[in-house]
Structure formats: structure tokens, C-alpha cells
Design a protein around this ligand. Structure first.
Ligand code: PMP
Length: 363
């Protein structure tokens, strides 16, 4: 089989080789049916089982309490920005947002189409930081408080779960779901696109506390209506069947490999290697992120103080070594290494080796 490349993409991103091989093996004839899973009805017994198994494994891995529903939706993370507002903001017409980077900023803008969005602090002071919770003010009348657990572009991750004094907490976990243990009971709702840590693009996982259902706005399309989707067990219409199937396989792989405790320890070890390499590089590699909020998943850095030619050369040489998708997001430039669950410690060691060699030649 072809040697696989090293993939540090931010999403869609690397998936476990074992899972890809399994999916390939079963592609033309799913469980000896003579049909591909991709050809099967979403109301047939095969998809019904995959749908239910996928919900069960999400519940098991994250220890989701019984009073939460698990939904599979479409529309991407961006669709979820609107869905959150249309489903949850109607209760009081206003919601609080913590803007810590690109994705929470987009979520706040989208939500403002459906009600009053109030920021928990007036101005995001500095990129690469998360303003301490002691500086936040919360509106007791907010329908919910929203934050993005891991800002994929900006490289900041919350090292804690915000305290909201009883106001439902909503989190975008698109780039951090299934990478650490969580106390789900602290959340009203979690939304996460699958295409980074847990599967292919095309499916969004929603975990929602049951008592928050039933508040959707009249304008909410039924495909975005959590209440309706929950009632229909996520087969209200044709779901992204193949994406849910692959996601279910990835979640089983996570379980087989030790679950979230192991994912969490590996994540810390992987990002630790990169941050250490930068710290020891005498500022050849610099990370513009406050140390206490550095993401374990997306590590942005600059080379030579932001020397774009040198960064371009770094990317070219990395490509020659088959290290792909290291380019920083177009809005911030520089380099970004994403280290999701399927990226191995060995992958990161090879990247570190390359970084050290590149510095020796060009530093
Ligand atoms: N939230 C986060 C944290 C993301 O990283 C992304 C995509 N990178 C999105 C939302 C938007 O997701 P999508 O592209 O699926 O709309």
C-alpha cells in the first residue's frame, strides 16, 4: 500500500489509517451485503444500527448523562452557529458571547441575525489570549453564554469550563471534541463539526440538555431544529450516512485506543514537543499565544520573526518530506500544525526533527 503522507491539516484532517483501511475493505460490500454502505437507505437496518451505535459511543466516551440528547446534523460548524441561535435564543431574545478569535466572532455575527448578541467583555483585547473570566460580565437574562472551546485559527484553547451561574452554557467544540474528558453536566449544549478529531466532513454532533428543547424560533428550518431532529432520532431527512458511518468507526478506534484519557495525555505530549522546540529555538520559531491558553490541537507559529520568504521555504521543504497542510490560515499567515487525535507522536517527532534541521540550515 502507498506510504501515507504526514498530514498536519486543520480540517478536514488526518484520520486513523486503520479506520481508512477498514472502510476501504468494506467499501464495495458492506458486511457481505454486496452493496456499499454509501448506497444504503437511511431507514434500513444497517444505517439504523450505525446511527444508534454512533450515538451510544458518543454517550459512552463523553459519559453523557441520560437527560441529554445526541443529534447528528448537517450544515457544518457554520450551520451550527445559526442553529444554536434559532434553537436557544428565543427564550429571552438575547445571548452572551465570549469572542476569543475567528470562530467565536463568526458565531456571534451569525447569532445577531436572530436576536440581541451581547459580548461578555466589550473588546477582545489581544489575539492569542483569552480574557480572564474575572473580567467578564454576564447578563442574568441571557438565554445562554456561548464560547468556542478551541479557536482553530488563532490557536487558543480554554483551559477551563467557564462558570455561568446557572445560565445555559453553549460551546463550539469543533476542534477539541473527544480530545479530553469533560463534565457534560456543566453544558446546556455542545456543537462540533466532525471533520477534525472524529471523522469526515458532513456531520455535526450536537449534545443538548433535554429541558432546553422546545424553544426554537418560528423561522428555524426543520433541518436545523434540534427538537424536531431529536424527536426523529436524526433521521428526519436523509443524513450524511457515509460520514456518520466513518465517524462511528473513528469513535470506536478512540475507545479501542484507551478513550479520552489517552487522547488527552497524547495531545498534551504532542503539542508539548512543538512548544518546547520553539522555546529552545532562540526565537527562530515564535508562538504568538499566551502560554496559559495555548491550544493542544492547533499550534500556530512564525519563523524568523514573521519572515514570509523563509516561511514559504519552510513549507516547500516540508512538502518535499511529504509533510502536508502546514500553512497557516489565510487570515493570519505563518505556519500552523494541527495535532488532532489521529496525528501520532511519531508524526510530531518527525516534524520536530525537520524544524531543528531547517533552523540549522537557515537560522
Ligand atoms: N468552529 C470551529 C472551531 C472551526 O474550526 C470551524 C472550521 N474550521 C468551524 C466552526 C466552521 O466549520 P464548517 O467549516 O464546518 O462550517
Amino acid at each position: 500500500s502507498a506510504q501515507s503522507a504526514l498530514n498536519f491539516g486543520a480540517g478536514p484532517a488526518k484520520l486513523p489509517r486503520e479506520v481508512l483501511e477498514e472502510v476501504q475493505r468494506d467499501f464495495l460490500s458492506y458486511q457481505d451485503s454486496g452493496m456499499s454502505f454509501i448506497e444504503m437507505s437511511h431507514r434500513g437496518k444497517e444505517y439504523t444500527k450505525v446511527n444508534n451505535d454512533a450515538q451510544s459511543i458518543v454517550r459512552e466516551l463523553l459519559n453523557v448523562p441520560a437527560n441529554y440528547k445526541i443529534l447528528f446534523m448537517q450544515g457544518g460548524g457554520t450551520g451550527a452557529f445559526a442553529a444554536v441561535a434559532m434553537n436557544l435564543m428565543g427564550r429571552t431574545g438575547t445571548a452572551d458571547y465570549a469572542v476569543t478569535g475567528t470562530w467565536s466572532s463568526k458565531a456571534a455575527k451569525e447569532a445577531a441575525k436572530y436576536g440581541e448578541v451581547r459580548l461578555v467583555y466589550p473588546q477582545h483585547k489581544k489575539s492569542g489570549s483569552i480574557q480572564d473570566q474575572s473580567t467578564w460580565t454576564l447578563n442574568p437574562n441571557a438565554s445562554y453564554v456561548y464560547y468556542c472551546d478551541n479557536e482553530t485559527v488563532d490557536g487558543v484553547e480554554f483551559p477551563y469550563i467557564p462558570e455561568t451561574n446557572g445560565i445555559p452554557l453553549v460551546s463550539d467544540m469543533s476542534s477539541s471534541i473527544m480530545t479530553k474528558k469533560l463534565d457534560i453536566s456543566k453544558f446546556g449544549c455542545i456543537v462540533a463539526g466532525a471533520q477534525k478529531n472524529i471523522g469526515p466532513a458532513g456531520v455535526v454532533v450536537v449534545i443538548i440538555r433535554e429541558d432546553l428543547l422546545g424553544n426554537s424560533m418560528k423561522c428555524c428550518p426543520s433541518v436545523f431544529d434540534f427538537t424536531y431532529i431529536a424527536k426523529e432520532n436524526s433521521v428526519h431527512n436523509t443524513p450524511a450516512t457515509f460520514s456518520v458511518y466513518v465517524m462511528e468507526r473513528v469513535l470506536q478506534w478512540i475507545k479501542k485506543n484507551g478513550g479520552l484519557e489517552v487522547m488527552e495525555n497524547q495531545a498534551r505530549e504532542k503539542c508539548g514537543l512543538l512548544y518546547k522546540t520553539m522555546a529552545e529555538s532562540k526565537k527562530f520559531y515564535t508562538c504568538p499565544i499566551d502560554e496559559n491558553v495555548r491550544s493542544r490541537m492547533n499550534v500556530p507559529f512564525r519563523i524568523g520573526g514573521g519572515d514570509e520568504k523563509l516561511e514559504e521555504l519552510f513549507l516547500q521543504e516540508a512538502e518535499k518530506l511529504r509533510m502536508h497542510q502546514l500553512k497557516g490560515h489565510r487570515s493570519v499567515g505563518g505556519i500552523r500544525a494541527s495535532l488532532y487525535n489521529a496525528v501520532t507522536l511519531d508524526d510530531v517527532k518527525l516534524l520536530v526533527k525537520f524544524m531543528i534541521e531547517f533552523q540549522a540550515t537557515h537560522g
